[in-house]
Design a protein around this ligand. Sequence first.
Ligand code: LMR
Length: 422
Amino acid sequence: MPSATLPSVLAGLDPVPLDEIFALNRAFATDPASQKVSLGVGVYRTDDGKPWPLPVVEKAEKQLLDEGSLFRHEYSAIEGDVAFVEQARNLMFGFDRKTESPKEKEAKKRIASVQTVAGTGANHLGALFLKTHMKPKNVWLSNPSWANHLTIWEVAGVSYKTYPYYNAATRSLDFDGMMSALENEGQEGDIVLLHACAHNPTGLDPTKEQWKAIAELCERKKLFPFFDSAYQGFATGSVEDDAWAVRYFFENKPSMEMCVAQSFSKNFGLYGQRVGAFHYVLNVESTGLQEAVFSNLCNLIRGEFSMGPVGGSTIVKKVLTDDNLTSEWHDNLKTMSSRIISMRKALYDELTRLGTPGTWEHIVQQNGMFSYTGLTPGQVQSLKEKYHVYMLKSGRISISGLSKKNVTYVAQAIDDTVRNVS
Ligand code: LMR
């Protein structure tokens, strides 16, 4: 007699909603309409709407293939490819690749760096590390933030609060709201998640003066900054400008500790390769802990995924250790950032020409991959159904999905929608 089937140990498990960004991507892929436009997921596209393997990446790939290293598929160290991790750190904190001043030598003792599974992996590793060893009460996320930040901190088991970030009426940064929430409600030891540049989803970044005030507040209230740097070089075309905030905190607040999650997905166009790094910055008095932080990070990595993947990080290392390739990479960054800036202007010009109700200056004022348009969820839905123009419910658009060919169509679709749908 077969025994009676028992209910699953998972009986009662509820499905969770699909990730909006990737669900939208799939809906777009299966939409047969020829005029469809994807303004959803944040990926770079050419003016023909195609992915753009960076020319410098293709050159590095070819060189690597020609070199035919027998070690190319071997295990790396648990902390990742050591030479890659060094370059990632140098890029983030502005250290010279070839020379090392005594000041830089000292500064490096404050940082424990490891390779991660891209930016998400870096955020996750940092969250897990802090949860385990610092035991924070709360993490403060901007409202709004990249939705995955919520998931990452939830998975790590740290409860989150949100600080105001966006003023819907003026479509600008709510700096006063942010500062007063952190000032009045932030508690010693709380983590504050900050987007290093090109805030996702609003495209609104603090000015340098505002960054200085945020640093001063964090220092005074003993809040713990956690930077997510996903767009270095991609936002403005300058790796220095896009790292300004991180470097300001690092250089000017030596008594503070902080974390930096670093992604190479956008700035190298290596989305599926999962290239990233995590840096824990110790305060200047605590450099003796560098080895302890590093070995504990390695312990978490070993237990989760053993080590980061080497395919993409080898390409990044190749580019960042060769002056000619590095300079070509900087040119590629300018190509991407200037196309995005020109598409912001093209959309703004079209909406202005059409006299679309509302103000649209924010589209040209925002920075990086995204614009927070101010379109309502009803308008977003209608744009998808009537015009096959895909964007997030929040009204976030990935500017990179615009091109000379489709910008008139998109502007007309927005114009018609804004006039007819509330
Ligand atoms: C986005 O926000 O669209 C990108 O960063 C892709 C992602 O992983 O969500």
